[in-house]
Design a protein around this ligand. Structure first.
Ligand code: MN
Length: 250
């Protein structure tokens, strides 16, 4: 397959490099177009106020194009301009940190895949429930193998597949669960710290309250040790509320 590979942790991240190696080893033609700097949690942002620059990265066995923009920028620029032959699939990751539940709204990793889906491509986002991974070769190999078994041609339009690995060696995962995503939002708070000049600054923290995490959905299953695969449909329409508003406002 021909694959556009991107991420939000940056072109030099452990997860992207591991996935690149695994996909190339599996015989795929891989084009990397990824942010030059980390773009975690930028969501679906696009750059309109500045030009995008492209930097070539070539190091033993790796070649890719780094873009001075967001994950969604990379996919737009890659699919429209940089990659000459149409890819079969857009793959994003492997992200350092899980992307489950409402993370899909904040995640640059998932947004890159979403952009691919909006542009008419099958899309897979891959994340790991570990913010400081050292070696993701096992997860990368698993993802590459799974990719070859996914029914990409049978997927509906504007569908994103969201794959997450649990915080344990891939060989010790309980198995793969296809499941819906958690719907509970984060409860955030801000740590107030003091900078070297005595002024306060604020750092966002947050968690989903454990009692709000439903069984059988991605956050819970991932914590239990399952590899989770969640199909996402991009459709914000709400027919029920259209009817309610029409009847209320008419
Ligand atoms: Mn990230």
């Amino acid at each position: 397959m021909r694959i556009l590979l991107t991420n939000d942790d940056g072109i030099q991240a452990v997860g992207l490099r591991a996935l690149h190696r695994a996909l190339v080893a599996a015989g795929h033609e891989v084009h990397v177009v990824a942010p030059v700097t980390e773009q975690s949690a930028v969501g679906h942002a696009v750059t309109l106020s500045a030009p995008l620059r492209v930097k070539e990265f070539r190091e033993n066995g790796f070649s890719g194009q780094g873009v001075t923009g967001t994950p969604a920028d990379c996919v737009k620029l890659g699919l429209s301009t940089l990659v000459k032959d149409r890819p079969d699939v857009v793959v994003s990751g492997i992200n350092a940190g899980p992307n489950v539940g409402v993370d899909i709204l904040y995640s640059g990793t998932v947004s890159a895949a979403t952009e691919g889906a909006l542009m008419g491509f099958p899309a897979l986002a891959v994340s790991m429930d570990d913010f400081n991974p050292v070696d993701l070769s096992g997860q990368a190999q698993y993802a590459a193998e799974l990719l070859s078994r996914l029914p990409l041609k049978a997927l509906p339009e504007k569908c994103v597949l969201n794959l997450n690995f649990p915080h344990r060696p891939v060989g010790e995962a309980l198995g793969l669960k296809v499941c819906p995503h958690t719907r509970a939002p984060y409860e955030d708070w801000f740590e107030v710290r003091t900078d070297p000049r005595g002024r306060p600054y604020y750092w966002m923290c947050g968690e989903i309250r454990p009692e709000r995490i439903s069984a059988g959905r991605d956050r819970k299953l991932l914590s239990e040790g399952w590899i989770t695969l969640t199909p996402l449909k991009i459709d914000f329409n709400d027919p029920g509320t259209i009817s309610l508003l029409e009847s209320t406002l008419s």
